[in-house]
Design a protein around this ligand. Structure first.
Ligand code: FES
Length: 133
């Protein structure tokens, strides 16, 4: 059973989950058994403004161990990642990276701040905090 550890997820802290291949109900966002699909199945908040269709970068994560246990990034994912803030050699889009074995990922600082400032999925306009009175 693959183990996925999500780190740097702000108030949610570090969380490790295990799942059995073929047993998770698909959450209709991103690829089945992608990091996003797994996060959603376990109630872990990972932004996904485009609904998991490789059209934004809000699901950007950095793989800290287990790169080889993820599906290879295709050209669409690599092209989209080129536009991501805090890009690293271990960056992946959570909605596209399918988990094959144990892996640890962390949220880049930009995404963590986006969440803590009240960013909302499916509505990028919410990323702009309301004016302070
Ligand atoms: S949710 Fe938009 S690219 Fe992954």
């Amino acid at each position: 059973m693959p183990k996925v550890t999500f780190t740097n997820f702000g108030a949610e802290g570090d969380q490790t989950v295990e799942f059995e291949h073929g047993k998770l109900p698909f959450q209709d966002h991103g690829k089945p058994e992608s990091l996003l699909d797994i996060a959603m199945n376990f109630g872990i908040h990972l932004e996904h403004a485009c609904g998991g269709s490789c059209a934004c970068t809000t699901c950007h994560v950095i793989v800290t161990s287990g790169d080889a246990n993820l599906s290879e990034a295709d050209d669409d994912e690599l092209d989209k990642l080129d536009t991501a803030a805090d890009l690293t050699l271990h960056s992946r889009l959570g909605c596209q990276a399918v988990v094959k074995g144990d892996v640890t990922v962390r949220l880049p600082a930009w995404n963590r701040n986006y969440v803590s400032e009240g960013g909302g999925s499916m509505n990028l306009g919410d990323a702009i905090p309301p004016p302070k009175i």
